[in-house]
Design a binder for this molecule. Structure first.
Ligand SMILES: [Zn+2]
Length: 219
């Protein structure tokens, strides 16, 4: 079987399988339907090397060959074929600014709605929830976590510059939202980044259910 031969001979197999397992769990929650979302693990901080999802891959069916290695500026390393996720540059920017071991980006219904609703003020506060303690460094529910919201854009260079600015201004962040689009969350390791996505999504579900959204205007 050609597919089996390819997988078994592929380098970084353990890292690829670990990332596929996490993405599969996120997909099972409905947080990256279809080709939505993109996901990376840091292989090297300097020079930067990230294992990241290829462009257009269905995330629920992600397999090791659906990942590729990119370098600085989100460009494929020598020997790689194909295109990385469209937002690869954002992953590279986040890792460069935070030293993250993994960056995970999901499109859930609550994070899409909250990002859209709180785009004008530029973010919102989560406070008082026990689950906040799942974010690294937080030890009590008696705290506030600000979730920044950046305007969505298809111009990745401009968006990456905005993200870089945000991470300089607010260096302690574990994640941010793109308005009407989704969550970027990260952590020191793949497990920590996974935990942060789960915690944020739980809290977003709570916040979304309590938010009086503006009516959908449609046509
Ligand atoms: Zn996205």
């Amino acid at each position: 079987m050609p597919t089996q031969t390819f997988i078994e001979s592929e380098p970084l197999l353990a890292e690829r399988r670990a990332l596929c397992r996490v993405v599969g769990e996120l997909a099972a929650q409905g947080w990256c339907q279809g080709t939505g979302g993109n996901f990376s693990v840091t292989l090297d901080q300097g020079p930067l090397r990230l294992l990241i999802t290829r462009s257009g891959v269905h995330k629920r069916h992600l397999a090791p060959e659906g990942l590729m290695v990119i370098g600085p500026a989100g460009r494929p390393v020598e020997g790689e074929t194909g295109r990385p996720s469209a937002e690869a540059l954002l992953h590279a920017e986040i890792v460069a600014a935070t030293g993250a071991g993994s960056v995970l980006h999901v499109h859930s219904v609550p994070n899409t709605l909250l990002g859209e609703h709180f785009a004008a003020p530029g973010g919102f506060v989560l406070r008082g929830y026990e689950m906040l303690k799942g974010l690294e460094g937080i030890t009590t529910h008696e705290t506030e976590v600000f979730v920044p919201v950046l305007r969505n854009s298809q111009d990745m260079t401009a968006l990456a510059a905005e993200v870089a600015g945000l991470l300089v201004e607010q260096p302690g962040l574990h994640g941010f939202l793109l308005a009407g689009h989704g969550l970027y969350a990260w952590g020191a390791s793949l497990d920590q980044a996974h935990r942060h996505v789960e915690i944020f999504e739980f809290l977003f579900e709570c916040a979304a259910r309590r938010t009086p959204f503006e009516p959908f205007t449609g046509l």
